[in-house]
Ligand binder design. Structure first.
Ligand code: CDP
Length: 204
């Protein structure tokens, strides 16, 4: 069984994807980490994330980088968003994501284009969203060093760039279920996600 979880920045999709993976006993891939690793690699090389060739060069990184806490920093999100605009970068990361999805038994992947591009035939697709104010509040709780206003501005700019790009833009797949977590606790959001996935599985 393959479950695709997409949605805008800080919507709760990672938490929901991890909980679904635990519930169904499936491996989970946070695909945002791949783009964050590319962004950080480009920045550390002193290269330009807006240049397609520089960004492509950043796609070669050691797997150990995926465990580096720097990937979760406030700087890494916008860097990831800038490199992820380039079709060359998306192509370079595509096979790795598809291979993970297609492993025996299936998987849960979260990102921006899992249900639209990476695994369009996923068994269940969720599009997780929440209000900008709520998303900024949650991210601020994770990264307390910055102001809510600057986090909200970063999230809004990133969503606009992710949704407006030509290559695999952030958008809800036609056959994805929408899950708005603005007014839901984590537990309630996870319960709702499980119910939506079960309904999809029963209707197959
Ligand atoms: O955790 P958060 O929602 O803030 O971001 P993330 O999922 O780690 O993704 C960071 C950035 O990587 C996003 O803003 C996108 O630009 C990009 N990304 C993407 O283009 N496609 C994906 N499948 C996942 C992330």
């Amino acid at each position: 069984m393959i479950i695709a979880v997409d949605g805008p920045a800080a919507s709760g999709k990672g938490t929901i994807a991890r909980a679904l993976a635990a519930h169904y006993g499936l491996p989970h891939l946070d695909t945002g980490l791949l783009y964050r690793a590319v962004g950080i690699t480009v920045a550390r090389a002193g290269d330009n994330p807006d240049d397609p060739a520089d960004a492509l060069a950043g796609c070669v990184f050691a797997d150990s980088l995926l465990d580096d806490p720097a990937l979760r920093s406030e700087e890494a999100g916008p860097l990831a968003s800038r490199v992820s605009r380039h079709p060359q970068v998306r192509a370079a990361l595509l096979e790795r994501q598809r291979a993970f999805a297609r492993q025996p038994g299936g998987a849960v992947l979260d990102g921006r284009d899992i249900g639209t591009v990476i695994v369009p035939d996923a068994d269940a697709k969720l599009f997780v969203t929440a209000s900008l104010a709520e998303r900024a509040r949650r991210r601020h709780a994770e990264l307390p060093g910055t102001t809510i206003e600057s986090i909200a501005a970063d999230i809004a700019a990133r969503d606009a760039r992710d949704a407006g790009r030509a290559a695999a833009p952030l958008k809800q797949a036609d056959d994805a279920d929408l899950l708005d977590t603005s007014d839901l606790s984590i537990g309630a959001a996870v319960q709702r996600a499980i119910a939506l996935v079960n309904a999809r599985l029963e209707s197959r």
